[in-house]
Design a protein around this ligand. Sequence first.
Ligand code: FAD
Length: 317
Amino acid sequence: MSEILVLVEQVEGEVKKVTLELLTLARSLGTPAAVWAGPGITPGAKDRLAEYGAETIYVAGSSDIVDHVVAPKAELLAQLVAAKSPAAVLVAATAEGKEVAGRLAVKTDSGVITDAVGLGEGFVADQSIFGGGVNVHSRVRRGTPIVAVRPNSTAPEPAQGAGAEEEVTVALTDAAKAARVVERVKQEKGARPELTEAAIVVSGGRGVGSAENFSVIEGLADALGAAVGASRAATDAGWYPHQFQVGQTGKTVSPQLYIAAGISGAIQHRAGMQTAKTIVAINKDPEAPIFELADYGVVGDLHQVVPQLTEEVTKRK
Ligand SMILES: Cc1cc2nc3c(=O)[nH]c(=O)nc-3n(C[C@H](O)[C@H](O)[C@H](O)COP(=O)(O)OP(=O)(O)OC[C@H]3O[C@@H](n4cnc5c(N)ncnc54)[C@H](O)[C@@H]3O)c2cc1C
């Protein structure tokens, strides 16, 4: 089977979950090969990539790759596409991943699909557009399919691969080195999972009522090991930071479980969570549009329902 390149997302040597998802997806379509861009690969990282099916791990360990913004990763992948003729290239549909995908498509004269939520036989990708109102099946017809897949679209499943390491030397052009990274500032990380990566997201909306009341949402999130999200009404009111806003002008999440509490389900909110595998809505208005989308709905006051839910979840732990 042909090789499928998967660009590894990692932080300080730790492989991100989305990469394990992409390797799992790649396994169903060909032979997965991980591409490590930059220095700092650890034995633990190699084991993890192999554990999820990487037959080969291409390691381009030059610090030049990470000392410059995005373009070197696209050049590295373009070089590998030319040398290895893979069947496809998968990247995470993060802001950086999508930029890499676009640049790679230009360099290799290939088609690109972004924000895929599934990828099947013949590299037919599923996309959910217009706020989730329309599902699109698309396929690249030119060059090597380059597909940016949304985090949480596939459940990661281990299946041991050989993990054979192959060193790659990349000859970067001056153009790729045009923008240099001069400083990296570490964002304070809380105990909760990152919103776009979390398998479970608990979001609160205007129905939460105040910034203080968001502790109800946080309580359930912590009981479930989930990330906290918010509607724009809640972030605009200053009840929760904007970085946690889910929707068209916020983050796109695609968790296994999305719990929306006190959120009406406006199209702009749906755009950011519509592809969640299971949606649970808690709303006191039985006519709230979110119920059209929800797999399970609870009609009630979230201030009563959510604490009871938290208690039940905690009891079962
Ligand atoms: C260009 C544009 C971009 C936008 N981008 C986004 C975006 O990225 N994300 C986003 O979320 N919105 C976005 N919006 C705003 C969007 O249109 C809605 O206004 C917003 O999503 C509403 O948030 P909400 O559901 O929390 O509030 P509301 O629509 O006011 O709904 C609150 C809900 O809470 C329920 N409720 C009230 N009290 C309780 C209670 N005690 N218990 C249970 N339920 C209760 C109510 O019945 C109601 O259904 C955008 C709008 C525009 C025009």
